[in-house]
Design a protein around this ligand. Structure first.
Ligand code: FES
Ligand code: FES
Length: 166
């Protein structure tokens, strides 16, 4: 049986039918048409479905949709400020990190959530933070370099406040 789930998506109130077994990834992609979170494995292993839920990155295929009631969900679609990309998005682009791009939205959200809490990380901390996000193109080195460059401020200051927070 489904019920109406209400939450905030990229700052906007949304409502969507959700069943007990539906995941947050299901309602984002199929219910609301937000296809930036990818379904790589659907088992919590690859990180392609990563979004930010109340300020923390989560693998949306492992989150029951109904637990998002009243919460803030942010996908990569909600990061840019008008036509101004988030510094992490700019860094990934400038460093040529994405290849096929399938893992990129999840990588972005994991990186943004991490930098919100640790804006001056070591390289090892960045590697650890991205370790739950698999890139089958093997682009890890550039993703890590891009996050370090973001932390150095190469692409401007991180936006005030925590993305997708309450
Ligand atoms: S699709 Fe969610 S972790 Fe792979
Ligand atoms: S860029 Fe292709 S999977 Fe990461």
């Amino acid at each position: 049986m489904s019920q109406i789930l209400k939450f905030y998506l990229n700052g906007n109130p949304v409502q969507v039918a959700a069943g007990d077994a539906d995941t947050l990834l299901d309602v984002l992609r199929e219910g609301l048409g937000f296809t930036s979170p990818k379904c790589g494995c659907n088992h919590g292993d690859c990180g392609a479905c990563t979004v930010i839920l109340n300020g923390y990155s989560v693998k949306s295929c492992t989150v029951l949709a109904l637990t998002a009631e009243g919460k803030n969900v942010c996908t990569v679609d909600g990061l840019a400020d008008g036509d101004k990309l988030h510094p992490v998005q700019r860094a990934f682009h400038e460093y040529g990190a994405p290849q096929c791009g399938y893992c990129t939205p999840g990588m972005v959200m994991a990186a943004v959530s991490f930098l919100n809490r640790n804006p001056s990380p070591t390289e090892d901390e960045v590697k650890e933070a991205l370790s739950g996000n698999l890139c089958r193109c093997g682009g890890y080195k550039k993703y890590v370099q891009a996050v370090m460059a973001t932390a150095r401020g190469e692409f401007g200051p991180l936006p005030e406040g925590s993305v997708g927070n309450v």
